[in-house]
Design a protein around this ligand. Structure first.
Ligand SMILES: Cc1ncc(COP(=O)(O)O)c(C=O)c1O
Length: 436
């Protein structure tokens, strides 16, 4: 089949899949219509929108979701890695209930925040001191702010295709980004990064990087690349920030712990709040000491809900009782096995596709060449859209961008459902997938 014909067919197949989705999901359509009357596009979080309209969820149970039309789906989106504990873990529920019973919005230091701080400092080698925020975005803004304050320099370096929050989005020009003076370098290109860091010299405050690009497509950074960033920033006096908002779940000491590369500052988020709003930034004591309010010239760090008791209590319970180092290793081994099965299914059929990722985080790509950085791929994206709707029809929910995350309540049968749905997609859509 010519590429042109395949693309025409791809559009037709996608159109049919959308029609089918509409027919199966009238209650989600109604929810979307009502939402669109009061929120732009019916949406309050861009990533949750997809055509023709997103499924609305009525309930979550373990690793499963029940949508507004009563379909039960295995949840491989896992709240973009924040949902590691699933939807109704009793330990998390009890922690939140305790926090609610003991009184909320206390307006002073509480007895849980230092315990959660102790748990994360003990867990992640880069942290000597830590502070909490309400989101990963805020954590990154504060880390960049800290680097600029500490170094007295203004410039920031980030990666093409990187994502550090809604105002730190580097996959495409964004008119709502925070107005930092940002230079972008290609991910996984050690020489280019080294040269750019040296060129920026003593104007560069920091380099911020995800040790594996998450929203960019689960693309791991090579140890060589991260090592080059570490060396070059040390050389010029810029600070190295690892954004481990997503990747901290990949090893007991985070990705930086696994690689043995220590950034100056580290940011965290997602699951570490036990499923409640969370972010954290921290690192070297001499840098974080800038926030010590006992000093007259301390840098300010505000946030009404930074130490909210629900997050502190749920986060602590999750990290110490559920996502222990052993549970972390088991979950990620399960993820490695899952990714192998999907890649084997692709290889057996000789299709130009692959699943990238590490451990419990995976992304489908509709290309066979080695993936070291994100590329613009409109045809591949259309195939991803089709996969997304086909998987939903088969009872598997994952991110439209192709991301599939595992969570602790998943059992082998959940993985089997996803592998079977994926194989069915490969077979039923084969003609559309053969052309790269
Ligand atoms: C690597 C990374 N950094 C930061 C963020 C922002 O976190 P939040 O959505 O909690 O603001 C995200 C969210 O997906 C992320 O993936």
């Amino acid at each position: 089949m010519s590429t042109l014909l395949a693309n025409v067919d791809l559009e037709a197949a996608y159109g049919e899949a959308e029609d089918d989705f509409r027919a199966r999901n009238p209650n989600s359509a109604a929810a979307h219509r009502a939402a669109a009357e009061v929120m732009p596009g019916g949406n309050t979080r861009t990533v949750l929108h997809y055509a023709p309209y997103p499924l609305a969820f009525a309930k979550g149970e373990g690793a499963h979701l029940i949508d507004a039309d009563g379909h039960r789906l295995v949840d491989f989106l896992g709240e973009y890695t924040a949902g590691i504990y699933g939807h109704d873990n009793p330990i998390i529920q009890n922690a939140i209930e305790t926090a609610v019973r003991d009184g909320i919005v206390l307006g002073g230091p509480n007895l849980m925040e230092a315990r959660l701080a102790r748990a994360v400092v003990d867990r992640f080698p880069a942290l000597e001191l830590v502070r909490f925020t309400n989101s990963g975005t805020e954590a990154n803004l504060m880390a960049i702010g800290s680097a600029r304050a500490f170094t007295g320099r203004s410039k920031v370096m980030a990666m093409q295709g990187g994502y550090h929050g809604g105002v730190l989005y580097f996959a495409a020009p964004s008119p709502v980004n925070a107005p930092f003076d940002v230079t972008l370098v290609p991910y996984n290109d050690a020489e280019a990064a080294r040269a750019a860091i040296r060129k920026a010299g003593d104007e560069l405050a920091c380099v911020i990087v995800e040790p594996m690009m998450g929203s960019g497509g689960c693309i791991p950074a090579s140890a060589e690349f991260l090592g080059a960033l570490r060396e070059a920033t040390t050389e010029t006096g810029a600070l190295l920030i690892f954004d481990e908002v997503m990747t901290s779940r990949l090893a007991p000491g985070g990705r930086h712990g696994a690689l043995g590369i220590t950034p100056d500052l580290l940011t965290l988020g997602k699951y570490l709040g036990g499923g409640v709003s969370f972010g954290a930034f921290g690192g070297r004591a001499d840098i974080m000491g800038g926030f010590d309010p006992r000093n007259a010239n301390a840098w300010p760090h505000a946030g009404t809900f930074n130490n909210n008791t629900m997050t502190m209590t749920a986060g602590l319970a999750g990290l110490t009782q559920l996502f222990t180092p052993e549970a972390c290793l088991t979950l990620n081994a399960m993820g490695d096995g899952f990714r192998d099965r999907l890649n084997q299914a692709i290889a057996k059929r000789g299709l130009p596709m692959q699943i990238s990722g590490i451990g419990s985080m995976n992304t489908v790509h509709f290309r066979a060449d080695p993936i070291v950085r994100p590329i613009v791929d409109p045809v591949g994206n259309r195939k991803r859209d089709l996969l997304h709707l086909d998987m939903i029809k088969s009872g598997v929910y994952h991110a439209r961008r192709g991301m599939m995350n595992l969570s602790l309540p998943m059992v082998p049968a959940d993985l089997d459902v996803a592998v079977a749905a994926f194989e069915e997609f490969l077979d039923s859509r084969r003609a559309l997938l053969i052309d790269g």
